[in-house]
Design a protein around this ligand. Structure first.
Ligand code: HEM
Length: 431
């Protein structure tokens, strides 16, 4: 199932799976897994406690017997992550983490997000003003930039760094660590090499936070800093242990930007490929909240997640055994025609209930409100500051990750400031 065509466009494969039946056993997927495509089925599995999230060990298995022993550290760290623990441990950790995601805490973050967005857009427009030379006259009025490299990738990484109170200067390091982990999690058949790189990066990330701890314990910050809040919970009578605290910091750093950058990238591409929708949004920016929901549904940044069965369960007349891996295909559920009319059509005014891009049930994404806040600020500013935004030719350059659906590059054009156009035309004239 997973090949280049699938990575470029997984939706025909999802529709074919759905047409063949509601539940499939795939012997290849992650070393053997049940695949679910229906919206109702995916939602029901995600809220059902018989389906456990404890699967950090399962990935090690999928890289072969050597990895099983080698990936001890990977399992050790991630087996304490919110994403991979069941109740009651999950309920306790989630309560501690919720404090940092309250609407009041997020509203305090808004000015910081605006500042980061402005500064990234300042850099993009400044480059456009500077790059006057070497242009053909007919293209002089447009400047090109890579939306992924210059905007979608740095923005969420800087926001999550701010939220955790860590140095933005360390960004390139933690983005690289995080990409290694994502490459492992996102590969249905990871090689030992991919598994080793993921473990080395997770250990480095854990160590980075461990070294920050003494300094932060000595001088916890007041607000907006999630790490200090976790440290306060650690100090208040064992609500969270030090190892758990470190695992949550790694999880946040990883989950906070591998996903949001893809909402920005996939969303921007979808809008520009549907000019009438893009125009409607520009004419009525108040549509932005509903547009973001639709973009999340249309091309989900997280295409699937996983669960392991705690007991035998029968579904659609098939027996799934205790210990089996189950893959709720979020990307497929979001295109289920039983839930969404004409599901392959982008409609930013669609009002047909919940997409499942943030998951569902007890593990529903803790960062959903932050994501909407960040994406709304980002998209609104892009619309205001990059006029006549358009695709620079044929752009599809999808990464090889089956879980985190991600563009490598998204070259775009926008109208340059008039002064830059005049300078460029003068240079072309005298060239
Ligand atoms: C477009 C953006 C995002 C998408 C599509 C997304 C998607 C998801 C999904 C599907 C889950 C559930 C996984 C499962 O049930 O197995 C999840 C959980 C989670 N997400 Fe997000 N996420 C996004 C942004 C964020 C951000 C910005 C943060 C943090 C700053 C974050 C932190 C988390 C955490 C900690 C969990 C685990 C929650 C739990 O297990 O209780 N996510 N996310």
């Amino acid at each position: 199932m997973i090949n280049e065509d699938f990575l470029n466009d997984p939706y025909p494969a999802y529709h074919a799976l759905r047409a063949a039946g509601a539940l499939h056993w795939s012997p290849e997927f992650c070393g053997g897994a049940w695949l679910l495509t229906g919206h109702a089925d995916v939602a029901s599995v995600l809220r059902d406690p018989r389906f456990s999230v404890r699967r950090a060990g399962g990935w090690a298995n999928s890289s072969g017997p050597e990895a099983l022993t080698e990936l001890r550290e990977f399992k050790r760290i991630f087996s304490r992550s919110l994403l991979f623990v069941d109740a009651p441990q999950h309920t306790r950790l989630r309560q501690v983490m919720n404090a940092g995601f309250k609407p009041s805490a997020l509203q305090e973050l808004a000015p910081q997000i605006r500042e980061i967005v402005d500064s990234l857009l300042d850099q993009i427009t400044a480059k456009a003003a500077d790059s006057a030379s070497g242009q053909f006259a007919e293209f002089a009025q447009f400047a090109q930039f890579d939306f992924m490299r210059d905007f979608a990738r740095p923005l969420p990484a800087l926001v999550i760094a701010g939220m955790l109170g860590i140095a933005a200067a360390d960004r390139s390091e933690f983005v690289a660590w995080s990409d290694d982990i994502a490459a492992f999690i996102g590969s249905p058949t990871p090689t030992l090499e991919i598994a080793r790189a993921a473990q080395a990066s997770l250990v480095a990330m854990n160590e980075y936070f461990r070294q920050l701890l003494p300094q932060r314990r000595a001088a916890p910050r007041d607000s907006g800093d999630l790490m200090s809040q976790l440290i306060r919970a650690e100090a208040t009578g064992g609500i969270i242990t030090t190892k758990e605290l470190l695992a949550q910091c790694c999880t946040l750093l990883f989950a906070g930007h591998e996903t949001t950058r893809n909402l920005l990238g996939n969303g921007m591409l979808a809008l520009l490929q549907h000019p009438e929708q893009w125009q409607a949004l520009q004419d009525t920016p108040a549509l932005l909240p509903s547009a973001l929901k639709e973009l999340l549904r249309f091309d989900s940044p997280v295409q699937y997640t996983g669960r392991r069965l705690k007991v035998d369960v029968e579904m659609h007349g098939q027996l799934m055994k205790k210990g089996d891996l189950v893959i709720p295909l979020i990307g497929a559920a979001n295109r289920d025609p039983e839930k969404f009319t004409d599901p392959d059509r982008l409609d930013i005014q669609r009002n047909q209930g919940a997409h499942l891009s943030f998951g569902y049930g007890p593990h529903v994404c803790i960062g959903a409100t932050l994501t909407y806040l960040e994406a709304e600020i980002a998209m609104r500013s892009v619309m205001q500051r990059l006029p006549q935004l358009q695709l620079a030719g044929v752009v599809q350059s999808w990464g090889g990750n089956a879980v985190y659906r991600s563009l490598n590059r998204l070259p775009l054009l926008f109208a340059r400031p008039p002064a830059a156009v005049r300078a460029s035309q003068a240079e072309v004239q005298y060239a």
